[in-house]
Design a protein around this ligand. Structure first.
Ligand SMILES: [Zn+2]
Length: 381
């Protein structure tokens, strides 16, 4: 029997008003000037301004780095790290969606570590060790999707090549997460839908990934249940705080569960982002039923269990795919790739990139280039 490894270390405050719980942690660590890391759009919005004022009125002198935009690139991390030192900050608070949180984590790493960010890339043969001090790091997610707030990696692209690189270390995991549904209630419905579908994809692919991991499997199934009862409500009734909380929890559960692995849906989505610059959640949402079908014959019993988790009873395994198609319609996610400007001319590159992606080998059934070609062709129709 092989030995499994389980780790779930993050302290999480989840619920309305959770963002205010940060005060006691800042005081306990004698933090005076936390650097808020956020994106260009968010910094102008009331949710950010109000939080900044809240920290000020609680006796702190918060600083701001708001250079995060699009898919985060290395230069944003360099500027954020400079900002930390120039503003004499003493802690980092990531405030935003996956991009802002990934940049916050990378800044935390580079604050006291020598060399360049990509010297710390995961899997590098001569990579530098993560052995220096890391400033106190907190996270406040404003989307329910990537779950970066509970993840050990930060995905940052090269400025020139746009190649995505993964920085991985348990030490860049935020110490405390404040998941407050009030921070997500004003998201545009399309962002709620696509980030939510990304979270659902994490939960499904984690559950289907090979390997013995009953804890992750349990978390994934409960996460699917939470998505099934919250995503449509969040899209149609944006200020429904219980649904917002359920979706935030589900997104964190997805990121916790996918330490087990992901699968071919993510390989398709990564390829669509690289080749066609498609939003990650949107790409996952479109590809989900087409790509998952590939796994149906390998693990039909798992599809039945996911269908049950989504609230369906007396079902066939393929009913889970119908449930996903229905959910996509309800949250107004495009059905096919054609609707978002992808066409046959992209096919060859899409297949090439998807096949070289590192996610699909974790799945329950091998995927060949011909399989990817079939899957993309079906999704294009
Ligand atoms: Zn994802």
């Amino acid at each position: 029997m092989s030995i499994s490894k389980y780790q779930f270390p993050t302290l999480i405050f989840s619920g309305t008003g959770a963002r205010k719980e940060i005060i006691s942690f800042l005081k306990e660590k004698n933090i005076k000037r936390p650097l808020l890391v956020t994106d260009q759009g968010l910094v102008t919005l009331p949710i950010f301004k109000n939080y900044f004022s809240f920290l000020q009125s609680s006796g702190f002198d918060p600083q701001v780095y708001s250079g995060v935009k699009g898919n985060p690139v290395e230069s944003q991390v360099i500027h954020g790290t400079q900002s930390f030192h120039e503003q004499k900050a003493d802690a980092i608070i990531g405030f935003g969606g996956g991009a802002a949180l990934d940049v916050a984590k990378a800044i935390a790493l580079m604050t006291f570590h020598p060399g360049n960010l990509f010297d710390y890339e995961d899997g590098l043969t001569n990579g530098r060790p993560v052995d220096q001090k890391i400033p106190p790091l907190f996270a406040l997610p404003t989307t329910a999707g990537t779950g970066s707030e509970v993840g050990r990696s930060s995905v940052i692209s090269d400025d020139l090549t746009h190649q995505k690189k993964i920085i991985f270390s348990p030490r860049i995991l935020p110490k405390v997460v404040f998941a407050d549904p009030e921070l997500t209630q004003d998201l545009p419905s399309q962002v709620t839908a696509t980030t939510g579908l990304d979270a659902l994809t994490h939960l499904i692919e984690a559950f289907l990934a090979q390997g013995e991991h009953p804890i992750c499997d349990g978390i994934a199934l409960e996460g699917i249940r939470l998505v099934s009862q919250s995503l449509e409500t969040c899209v149609k009734t944006p200020h429904h705080l219980q649904a917002r909380k359920d979706l935030l929890d589900a997104a964190m559960m997805g990121a916790i569960a996918f330490q087990k692995g992901l699968g071919l849906v993510h390989s398709c989505a990564h390829s669509l982002s690289t080749v066609c610059d498609l939003h990650h959640g949107l790409a996952n949402g479109i590809m989900l039923p087409f790509a998952l079908e590939h796994n149906l014959s390998a693990v039909p019993e798992k599809f039945t269990r996911m269908a049950n988790a989504a609230g369906l009873s007396n079902v066939n395994p393929e009913d889970f795919l119908s449930w996903i198609r229905d959910l996509k319609t309800k949250v107004q996610c495009p059905t096919t790739l054609c609707e978002v400007g992808v066409d046959e001319s992209h096919l060859e590159k899409l297949v090439e990139f998807a096949f070289t992606d590192g996610c699909h080998p974790s799945g329950p059934r091998p995927v060949t280039k011909a399989d990817f070609e079939n899957i993309f062709k079906k999704a294009l129709r």
